[in-house]
Design a protein. Structure first.
Length: 220
C-alpha cells in the first residue's frame, strides 16, 4: 500500500486552516500532520514532523510564506511547497516561485484542484492557477524582454508542443491539457519533456517563463 502524503497547513486564518484540513482528511492518500499560523511556526513544525508537502499562505505575521519557503527548501531539499493565497500579483508570485515553491494557487481554487496540486507537487510537478499563470506571463512580457527574439534551430516546437505551451499559459494542469488536446496525460508529459530539453529548462514553470520571454504566448 502506498504511504499517505504527509501534509502541513500554514495560514494565519484559523478558518482557512480548518477548511484545508477537512479537504485533505476527507481525501484518500493524505495525512495532515500539523498546522501552523506563520512561517516561523511552519519551520519548527516541519523539523518535528517532516512533511512531504506544505500548503503555505504568503502574507502572514512574524515570518511570511516567501521567507519560510526559502528556508524550508534550503533545509529540506525534498520538501514541496504549494502557495495558497488571496493575492495573485507579480509582487508575491515571482518571489514565491523563486524561493522554491512548486505551485501557486489562489484561495478560490476548488478543493479538487488543491488536492491535485498537492499530489502533483509531491510527484515532482508544478502547478499554477489560471490567474497566477496570467499574472506571471504578463509580468515577464512587460519587464523581462522588450522584444522577442527568434528561436534557434534546435529550439523550434512542433504544432502539438506549441499547443501544450499555449494551454500551459492558461494555467491548465497536465490532466486538463490532456483533456483539451484529446490525448493521454503521458503524452502531455512527453511533449513537456521534449520542450524542456529543447529549451534547456527544468520544469513546466520554466517552460512558461521562457515562452513568455520569447513572446510565444500572450494574455488578452
Amino acid at each position: 500500500m502506498t504511504e499517505a502524503i504527509r501534509v502541513i497547513v500554514v495560514d494565519d486564518e484559523s478558518l482557512v486552516r480548518a477548511a484545508l484540513r477537512v479537504f485533505f482528511e476527507s481525501a484518500e492518500g493524505f495525512d495532515v500532520v500539523g498546522e501552523a499560523q506563520n512561517g516561523a511556526e511552519a519551520i519548527s513544525l516541519a523539523r518535528a514532523v517532516r512533511p512531504d508537502v506544505v500548503l503555505m499562505d504568503v502574507q502572514m505575521p512574524t515570518m511570511d510564506g516567501i521567507e519560510a519557503t526559502r528556508r524550508l527548501t534550503r533545509e529540506f531539499p525534498g520538501i514541496k511547497i504549494v502557495a495558497l493565497t488571496t493575492f495573485s500579483t507579480e509582487r508575491v508570485i515571482v518571489p514565491m516561485l523563486s524561493a522554491g515553491a512548486s505551485g501557486f494557487l489562489v484561495k478560490d481554487t476548488s478543493p479538487d484542484r488543491i488536492l491535485d496540486a498537492a499530489r502533483l507537487a509531491h510527484d515532482g510537478g508544478y502547478v499554477l492557477s489560471p490567474r497566477v499563470a496570467q499574472a506571471l506571463v504578463t509580468s515577464i512580457q512587460d519587464h523581462e524582454l522588450p522584444a522577442p527574439r527568434e528561436l534557434g534551430r534546435d529550439e523550434g516546437l512542433t504544432e502539438r508542443e506549441m499547443e501544450v505551451v499555449v494551454l500551459l499559459a492558461q494555467g491548465m494542469s497536465n490532466a486538463e491539457i490532456a483533456s483539451a488536446m484529446f490525448v493521454s496525460e503521458a503524452t502531455v508529459k512527453s511533449h513537456l519533456g521534449r520542450i524542456t530539453t529543447k529549451w534547456g529548462v527544468r520544469d513546466r514553470i520554466q517552460v512558461l517563463i521562457r515562452a513568455a520571454q520569447l513572446h510565444l504566448v500572450t494574455i488578452a
